[in-house]
Design a protein around this ligand. Structure first.
Ligand SMILES: *[C@@H]1O[C@H](CO)[C@@H](O)[C@H](O)[C@H]1NC(C)=O
Ligand SMILES: *[C@@H]1O[C@H](CO)[C@@H](O)[C@H](O)[C@H]1NC(C)=O
Length: 268
């Protein structure tokens, strides 16, 4: 019994200490790191198509390019914070100067949703939390930072240095992918796979930055397991497939195709 009481007191102390921390930012909006996530369009596309046979993909115009998913402020051990300011809506006008670049490097691959759907989601869920940092305190700054980081840390280039290139011919051990990044950047990434036709396929690579926007290890970030000191969810019993991004009809053609199908249906 006394031991039990001691635990109870410790537990109470722990929670009360947690509650009295003074802060200018709401506690639930605090974060430790920013995760910068790039995704592999071929895998995003497969996932989207699996959700419905009616789905098609608007693939990036540059072949075999990684594209940006988002910049996510993160408290270690949680997936929070998110939606830090629900009145700060995404406004496409704010990013007009960079929209042509955004369409190249941060495209919405899910062709049946709005061009702005991904940006709007990233801004309201993550950008409004990142905005407590001066270098990210507007839409224009938030999205420009993503573009800068993709240019600087593009996974196509980083993996190519270790001869890891998109191909149908072979698969790569997770250790090799991880080590290529660690060797080039000096920090531990997170690597996410999806199962596609029973194969481990590369999906996302995440880099972590501290609040001074300096690269840092992703250790302690929620969700991923660890396998041979690689932060990953990829099934360790298989190597990883890194296929080419298949050419797909561009968004315009998809829209045209839908219009024509609709007209055909209408005039029949
Ligand atoms: C939330 O966003 C609105 C619109 O940009 C802004 O006026 C307001 O100051 C923000 N609130 C907080 C708590 O940052
Ligand atoms: C971020 O990392 C850099 C380099 O390691 C360090 O100098 C800086 O103090 C760190 N900033 C924060 C907020 O932790």
């Amino acid at each position: 019994m006394p031991l039990y009481n001691a635990y109870l007191i410790l537990l109470l102390l722990y929670f009360s200490v947690d509650y009295v921390q003074p802060s200018t930012v709401k506690d639930e909006h605090q974060f430790d790191l920013l995760i910068f996530t790039q995704f592999w369009p071929a895998t995003v596309c497969t996932e989207w198509k699996e959700k419905s046979p009616a789905h098609s993909c608007a693939m990036p115009t540059r072949p075999d390019s990684w594209s940006i998913h988002g910049i996510w402020p993160t408290r270690l051990g949680t997936r929070e914070p998110s939606f830090c300011n629900r009145t700060w809506h995404f406004d496409p006008e704010q990013i007009q100067p960079i929209e042509p670049v955004m369409l190249q490097v941060w495209p919405n691959i899910e062709a049946e949703t709005s061009t702005y759907a991904l940006w709007s989601h990233e801004w309201t869920k993550h950008g409004t939390c990142a905005a407590v940092l001066e270098p990210l305190n507007s839409e224009l700054k938030y999205f420009s930072q993503g573009i800068d980081w993709l240019e600087k840390y593009n996974m196509l280039d980083i993996l190519k240095i270790a001869n890891i290139v998109p191909t149908k011919e072979k698969e790569y051990p997770i250790i090799d992918i991880n080590n290529a990044i660690v060797k080039e950047l000096g920090v531990r990434p997170q690597i996410e796979c999806n199962k596609v036709d029973g194969k481990n396929q590369i999906f996302e690579i995440r880099l972590c930055f501290n609040k001074s926007l300096e690269l840092t290890d992703c250790d302690g970030v929620k969700y991923f397991g660890e396998y041979n000191s690689v932060l990953t969810n990829c099934d360790p019993s298989q190597d990883i497939y890194y296929p080419h991004n298949e050419g797909e009809p561009k968004r315009l053609y998809v829209q045209l195709y839908k219009l024509i199908s609709w007209l055909q249906w209408f005039t029949l």
